[in-house]
Design a protein around this ligand. Structure first.
Ligand code: NI
Length: 191
Protein backbone atom coordinates (compact mmCIF):
# COMPACT_ATOMS: atom_id res chain seq x y z
CA UNK A 1 0.00 0.00 0.00
CA UNK A 2 1.12 3.52 -0.84
CA UNK A 3 1.95 5.19 2.50
CA UNK A 4 2.10 8.69 1.04
CA UNK A 5 -1.58 8.64 0.15
CA UNK A 6 -2.54 7.41 3.63
CA UNK A 7 -0.57 10.27 5.21
CA UNK A 8 -2.20 12.76 2.83
CA UNK A 9 -5.66 11.38 3.59
CA UNK A 10 -5.12 11.62 7.35
CA UNK A 11 -4.12 15.27 7.05
CA UNK A 12 -7.11 15.94 4.73
CA UNK A 13 -9.45 14.39 7.33
CA UNK A 14 -7.91 16.49 10.12
CA UNK A 15 -8.55 19.67 8.11
CA UNK A 16 -12.03 18.63 6.99
CA UNK A 17 -13.25 17.89 10.52
CA UNK A 18 -11.52 20.91 12.06
CA UNK A 19 -13.79 22.22 14.82
CA UNK A 20 -15.98 19.06 14.88
CA UNK A 21 -16.22 17.35 18.26
CA UNK A 22 -18.33 14.43 19.30
CA UNK A 23 -19.61 11.45 17.36
CA UNK A 24 -18.30 12.30 13.93
CA UNK A 25 -14.88 13.84 13.85
CA UNK A 26 -11.29 13.16 12.78
CA UNK A 27 -10.66 10.95 15.83
CA UNK A 28 -13.65 8.75 14.90
CA UNK A 29 -12.39 8.42 11.31
CA UNK A 30 -8.95 7.38 12.58
CA UNK A 31 -10.40 4.78 14.97
CA UNK A 32 -12.52 3.35 12.14
CA UNK A 33 -9.39 3.20 9.99
CA UNK A 34 -7.49 1.27 12.69
CA UNK A 35 -10.45 -1.06 13.30
CA UNK A 36 -10.69 -1.67 9.54
CA UNK A 37 -7.00 -2.62 9.31
CA UNK A 38 -7.42 -5.13 12.15
CA UNK A 39 -10.50 -6.66 10.52
CA UNK A 40 -8.79 -6.72 7.12
CA UNK A 41 -6.00 -8.91 8.56
CA UNK A 42 -8.56 -11.70 8.81
CA UNK A 43 -9.77 -11.16 5.22
CA UNK A 44 -6.83 -11.98 2.93
CA UNK A 45 -8.91 -11.44 -0.24
CA UNK A 46 -9.63 -7.79 0.45
CA UNK A 47 -7.98 -4.83 -1.26
CA UNK A 48 -6.18 -3.10 1.64
CA UNK A 49 -5.88 0.26 -0.07
CA UNK A 50 -9.63 0.41 -0.79
CA UNK A 51 -10.35 -0.58 2.82
CA UNK A 52 -7.94 2.01 4.26
CA UNK A 53 -9.11 4.92 2.09
CA UNK A 54 -12.81 4.09 2.44
CA UNK A 55 -12.42 3.87 6.23
CA UNK A 56 -10.60 7.21 6.49
CA UNK A 57 -13.06 8.95 4.16
CA UNK A 58 -16.27 7.20 5.25
CA UNK A 59 -17.70 10.34 6.91
CA UNK A 60 -16.15 12.90 4.52
CA UNK A 61 -19.57 13.45 2.93
CA UNK A 62 -21.72 12.67 5.96
CA UNK A 63 -25.02 14.48 5.38
CA UNK A 64 -25.18 15.54 9.05
CA UNK A 65 -21.99 17.58 8.62
CA UNK A 66 -21.53 18.40 4.95
CA UNK A 67 -23.93 19.47 2.23
CA UNK A 68 -22.29 17.53 -0.57
CA UNK A 69 -23.80 15.24 -3.21
CA UNK A 70 -22.38 12.07 -4.72
CA UNK A 71 -19.35 11.81 -2.39
CA UNK A 72 -18.05 15.16 -3.68
CA UNK A 73 -15.46 15.69 -0.89
CA UNK A 74 -14.01 12.19 -1.17
CA UNK A 75 -14.05 12.30 -4.96
CA UNK A 76 -12.31 15.64 -5.32
CA UNK A 77 -9.67 14.71 -2.74
CA UNK A 78 -8.94 11.34 -4.40
CA UNK A 79 -8.93 12.87 -7.89
CA UNK A 80 -6.39 15.48 -6.71
CA UNK A 81 -4.29 12.60 -5.34
CA UNK A 82 -4.34 11.03 -8.84
CA UNK A 83 -6.14 7.90 -7.71
CA UNK A 84 -7.44 5.96 -10.74
CA UNK A 85 -11.15 6.65 -11.51
CA UNK A 86 -11.98 2.94 -11.27
CA UNK A 87 -10.47 2.85 -7.78
CA UNK A 88 -12.36 6.00 -6.74
CA UNK A 89 -15.61 4.25 -7.72
CA UNK A 90 -14.75 1.24 -5.59
CA UNK A 91 -13.86 3.45 -2.61
CA UNK A 92 -17.12 5.43 -2.92
CA UNK A 93 -19.13 2.24 -3.27
CA UNK A 94 -17.63 0.95 0.00
CA UNK A 95 -18.30 4.30 1.72
CA UNK A 96 -21.92 4.35 0.59
CA UNK A 97 -22.70 0.98 2.14
CA UNK A 98 -21.48 1.93 5.61
CA UNK A 99 -24.38 3.99 6.98
CA UNK A 100 -26.55 2.22 9.54
CA UNK A 101 -29.71 4.25 9.00
CA UNK A 102 -29.61 4.05 5.22
CA UNK A 103 -28.74 0.37 5.08
CA UNK A 104 -30.72 -1.15 7.89
CA UNK A 105 -30.88 -4.87 7.35
CA UNK A 106 -28.88 -4.69 4.12
CA UNK A 107 -25.38 -6.04 3.89
CA UNK A 108 -22.74 -4.42 1.69
CA UNK A 109 -22.07 -6.41 -1.47
CA UNK A 110 -18.31 -5.96 -1.54
CA UNK A 111 -15.85 -7.39 0.98
CA UNK A 112 -14.28 -3.93 1.42
CA UNK A 113 -17.71 -2.44 2.22
CA UNK A 114 -18.37 -5.19 4.77
CA UNK A 115 -15.05 -4.51 6.52
CA UNK A 116 -15.55 -0.74 6.72
CA UNK A 117 -19.15 -1.14 7.90
CA UNK A 118 -17.97 -3.47 10.68
CA UNK A 119 -15.17 -1.06 11.61
CA UNK A 120 -17.64 1.83 11.90
CA UNK A 121 -20.05 -0.24 13.99
CA UNK A 122 -17.30 -1.29 16.41
CA UNK A 123 -16.78 2.39 17.17
CA UNK A 124 -20.42 2.61 18.32
CA UNK A 125 -19.78 -0.04 21.00
CA UNK A 126 -17.77 -0.12 24.22
CA UNK A 127 -16.67 2.92 26.23
CA UNK A 128 -16.21 4.92 23.03
CA UNK A 129 -19.78 4.07 22.03
CA UNK A 130 -21.06 5.32 25.40
CA UNK A 131 -19.07 8.55 25.11
CA UNK A 132 -20.20 9.17 21.51
CA UNK A 133 -23.86 8.52 22.31
CA UNK A 134 -23.94 11.13 25.08
CA UNK A 135 -21.90 13.62 23.04
CA UNK A 136 -24.39 13.25 20.17
CA UNK A 137 -27.37 13.41 22.53
CA UNK A 138 -26.06 16.61 24.16
CA UNK A 139 -25.55 18.21 20.75
CA UNK A 140 -29.15 17.38 19.81
CA UNK A 141 -30.78 18.42 23.08
CA UNK A 142 -31.55 14.91 24.29
CA UNK A 143 -31.86 13.98 27.95
CA UNK A 144 -29.63 11.26 29.37
CA UNK A 145 -32.59 8.85 29.41
CA UNK A 146 -33.28 9.59 25.74
CA UNK A 147 -29.67 8.82 24.91
CA UNK A 148 -29.92 5.61 26.91
CA UNK A 149 -32.93 4.58 24.80
CA UNK A 150 -30.60 4.70 21.79
CA UNK A 151 -28.55 1.87 23.31
CA UNK A 152 -31.63 -0.36 23.24
CA UNK A 153 -32.89 0.78 19.84
CA UNK A 154 -29.60 0.54 18.02
CA UNK A 155 -26.36 -0.24 19.80
CA UNK A 156 -27.31 -3.50 21.49
CA UNK A 157 -28.45 -4.88 18.11
CA UNK A 158 -25.18 -4.21 16.34
CA UNK A 159 -23.24 -7.30 17.40
CA UNK A 160 -25.67 -9.55 15.53
CA UNK A 161 -25.41 -7.47 12.37
CA UNK A 162 -21.66 -7.67 11.85
CA UNK A 163 -20.31 -9.13 8.61
CA UNK A 164 -16.93 -10.59 9.58
CA UNK A 165 -15.68 -13.09 12.14
CA UNK A 166 -12.88 -10.78 13.30
CA UNK A 167 -15.32 -7.95 13.99
CA UNK A 168 -17.61 -10.32 15.92
CA UNK A 169 -14.67 -11.23 18.16
CA UNK A 170 -13.65 -7.59 18.65
CA UNK A 171 -17.28 -6.68 19.42
CA UNK A 172 -17.73 -9.16 22.27
CA UNK A 173 -16.03 -7.24 25.10
CA UNK A 174 -17.43 -3.96 23.81
CA UNK A 175 -20.97 -5.31 23.80
CA UNK A 176 -20.50 -6.75 27.28
CA UNK A 177 -19.31 -3.34 28.47
CA UNK A 178 -22.48 -1.67 27.10
CA UNK A 179 -24.66 -4.15 28.96
CA UNK A 180 -22.70 -3.58 32.14
CA UNK A 181 -22.97 0.20 31.71
CA UNK A 182 -26.76 0.00 31.23
CA UNK A 183 -27.19 -2.21 34.23
CA UNK A 184 -25.28 0.25 36.42
CA UNK A 185 -27.08 3.26 34.89
CA UNK A 186 -30.49 1.74 35.60
CA UNK A 187 -29.46 0.76 39.09
CA UNK A 188 -28.24 4.27 39.96
CA UNK A 189 -31.28 5.88 38.29
CA UNK A 190 -33.60 3.89 40.55
CA UNK A 191 -31.72 4.61 43.79
NI1 NI B 1 -18.73 6.78 11.05
Amino acid sequence: MNDAIITATISYIRDLFHGCFGGHDAAHSLRVYRNALRIAEGEPDCDMEIVALAALLHDADDHKLFHTENNANARSFLTAQKVAPEKIERICEAINTVSFSQNRGKRPETLEGKIVQDADRLDALGAIGVARTFAYGGEHGRSLDESVAHFHEKLLLLKDELNTETARKLAEPRHAFLEQFLEEYEKESGE
